[in-house]
Structure formats: C-alpha cells, structure tokens
Write a protein that binds this ligand. Structure first.
Ligand SMILES: Cc1ncc(COP(=O)(O)O)c(C=O)c1O
Length: 364
C-alpha cells in the first residue's frame, strides 16, 4: 500500500512488527478460502447453510438462543439499541462517553433512530455500578463495552459486572454488551464467553479485531430479539445477497484464534513490563487485563515520531504505526497483540525498548 506517512512507512518496513496478527491484505481472504469446497453454495439474503451454520455456532459459543451475522458492528449495535427502545417505548440509552457509538458513528443512533444517549462515567475511567444507580433518568438500555478500548482496554472486576447486571434486571433496564473484544477478556476473567454473556440481554461480537478476519459482526440474544434484528438488517441494506467472503473468513479465523487469547494476554503483560521500565513512558492500564494497552508519552507527536522511526531503523522492530495527540504536549498509542508477537526475538525486542527508553528520556 502506498502511503506518505513516514511512521507508517517505517513501521511497514520493519522485519518484526509488534502489533496484530499480520498485514491486512488480500492474503487474509485467500488463506481463509484455501480449504473451502468451490462447490459450496453462497448464502442468499441472510439464508443458506453457510450463514446459518456459523450463526448457530456463535449462538452456542455465546450461550444465547440465537445469533445473526451483520456486515458491521456499527449496524448491529444501533439496531440492538433500537429494538430495546421500541420494546420499552422509551428512546433513551446510556453508555460510556468514549463508546464507539458516541465517537465513531457520526451520531447514527440519534440521526437514524432518534434515540437519545446519556453518557455514564467520565472519559478517564470505566462505568461503575454507582454510575448506573445514580442515573437521573430512566433508560431502555445500558451498553457496556468490554474492554473499554479508548482508555487502553480497562475492565470492571467480574463482581461489579454481576452487580450491574442484577441492578439492571431489577429495574427493567436491558443490558447490551459491546463485545467487540469479548474473547480477549476471557483469560483475565477466567470465565467462558457464555458465563459473561449470561449477564447481558444482547451481545455483539466482532470478527476482525482479536480474531483477525476481514470484517463482520454477530448480534446474539433471544429468538424474538434476533428475529426483529433481521428485519432491521434488511431495512438498513445489511442483507447483502452474498456475505460468504466475510462469513467464511470470520468462521476460519474464529476457529483458528479463539483459543489463543491467553497467549495474546500473556504477551501484552510481558510487553507492558518492558514499557513500564521506560522512564518517560506510562502504560494504561498499568497491568493489562486483555491483549491491549495504551502507551502515553509526554512528548508531542512531532517529537516522538522521529524517535520511533530511528528505533525501527536501528532494530527492525516496529512498535506502532499510529500516534494520537493528547493535547499539544503529549501523545499516545494503542498496543494490541496477536500472532506477530511470538515471532519477535526477545533480544531484538529488548534492544528496541532500551533504545526507546534512552531516546525518550534524552529528549525530556
Ligand atoms: C468497541 C467497538 N464497538 C463497535 C465497533 C464497530 O465495529 P464495525 O467496525 O464492525 O462497525 C468497533 C470497531 O472498531 C469497536 O471498536
């Protein structure tokens, strides 16, 4: 891919990129389809063996009566919230101020469904039971994201999750899980997906984050809920005549990687140890609770970028391709680990982290 961003270019040239599973190129689809029978029939507007088999597998994995494949989580979640609002006759939901719906969906929930959102907690921390209890207005649904991506993938303790779930059930508030990275939380919680999902009325999971597929999502819940979600999928134009390239690749990588989440979690803890030893850097959360964390640097992007590029060139290790500004004088980046991490020689990694420590400490 051609690009003019020097950090992306330098990262792409490293022999040992740290983040993710691999390059997001066409080989991802080719590998997934390699073993597929060319005579296999396509799905057809949401029906057919290809889609129904995978929906049944994921419904069982999540411990829900039924699941529906969607082209995107954005579509699936807006629809889930719409259904819960219609059921209660109340167009209000609550979620985190940094949830995907709030910051990445161009106000789709408000513009397409006229649903009002109430923001729980503040931007720096996860939602707690007291935030839900102290809600000043009634809502149809509370959405929790596990882990909360935009603050480094933080998680509530399991007991708190149980308490939020019981409270919502008692008050007649539906609880929806944004489980874009649900699989990645299982090693920390030491629970099955089914156990966690039993605390929620509806669940969305993704197939291209920790799973590393091309795109696609599943929305799970009771039969009536998923039946209604199919009608909304049709209304949104989400019932493509054929979704099999997404479904077959999602199925392939789900089966490949669902049991590797423990490895990615251990990798994140190990790499966070390296980062914590860098004097100028801060890791959030300090100890990762999934395969991800954020690295905060008290330097503007313009100062950190050349340091990172020099580390990549001197060590062949690529730490990130993407820096985000945090005010004028600081920046941060997301670290999310997958298959690539295990391929990096430890000595190379140690050398890269040592240089990063020295060069960031020097500038400060
Ligand atoms: C937490 C979270 N929720 C929802 C979504 C939406 O997923 P999609 O890209 O499939 O629309 C994302 C995508 O990055 C996400 O990170």
């Amino acid at each position: 891919m051609s690009t003019t961003n020097p950090l992306v270019e330098a990262f792409n040239q490293t022999a040992y990129p740290v983040i993710g599973h691999g390059k997001r190129n066409v080989s991802v689809l080719i590998e997934a389809l390699e073993q597929i029978d060319p005579e296999l029939d396509s799905d057809n507007y949401g029906s057919g063996e290809v889609i129904e088999r995978f929906q049944a597998q994921i419904a069982q994995y999540l411990g829900k009566p039924s699941a529906v494949f969607f082209p995107s989580g954005t579509m699936a979640q807006q629809i889930a919230l719409r259904i819960w609002c219609d059921r209660k006759g109340l167009k209000k939901v609550a979620y985190h101020p940094l949830s995907h719906l709030e910051i990445h969906e161009e106000q789709g929930l408000q513009e397409l469904h006229q649903i009002e959102s109430i923001l729980l907690a503040d931007k720096t921390r996860i939602i707690r039971l007291e935030d839900v209890v102290n809600l000043k207005e009634d809502v149809a649904c509370v959405l929790l994201e596990l882990p909360q991506r935009e603050i480094g993938g933080q998680l509530p303790e399991y007991e708190e999750l149980e308490a939020i779930s019981s409270y919502c059930r008692e008050k007649g508030i539906k609880l929806h899980l944004d489980g874009a990275r649900l699989y990645e939380t299982l090693p920390y919680y030491q629970k099955t997906a089914e156990e966690i999902c039993s605390l929620f009325d509806s669940v969305y999971v993704s197939f291209y984050k920790g799973i590393g597929g091309i795109a696609g999502a599943m929305l799970a819940g009771d039969e009536e809920f998923t039946k209604e979600s199919k009608v909304w999928k049709r209304r949104h134009g989400g019932d493509l005549i054929s979704l099999y390239p997404y479904i077959l690749s999602a199925e392939y990588y789900f089966n490949e990687r669902k049991d590797k989440m423990g490895l990615y979690y251990e990798a994140a803890k190990e790499l966070a140890d390296f980062y914590r030893a860098c004097r100028a850097l801060e890791v959030r959360p300090q100890v990762p609770v999934s395969n991800m964390f954020h690295v905060h640097v008290p330097l503007p992007k313009s100062k950190l970028e050349p340091i990172l590029i020099s580390v990549y060139q001197d060590t062949e290790v690529g730490l990130t391709a993407n820096l985000k500004e945090n005010g004028e004088h600081a920046c941060y980046y997301e670290v999310s680990l997958g298959d690539r991490y295990a391929k990096i020689p430890k000595a190379k990694l140690a050398q890269a982290m040592k240089l990063l420590d020295e060069r960031t400490a020097d500038v400060l």
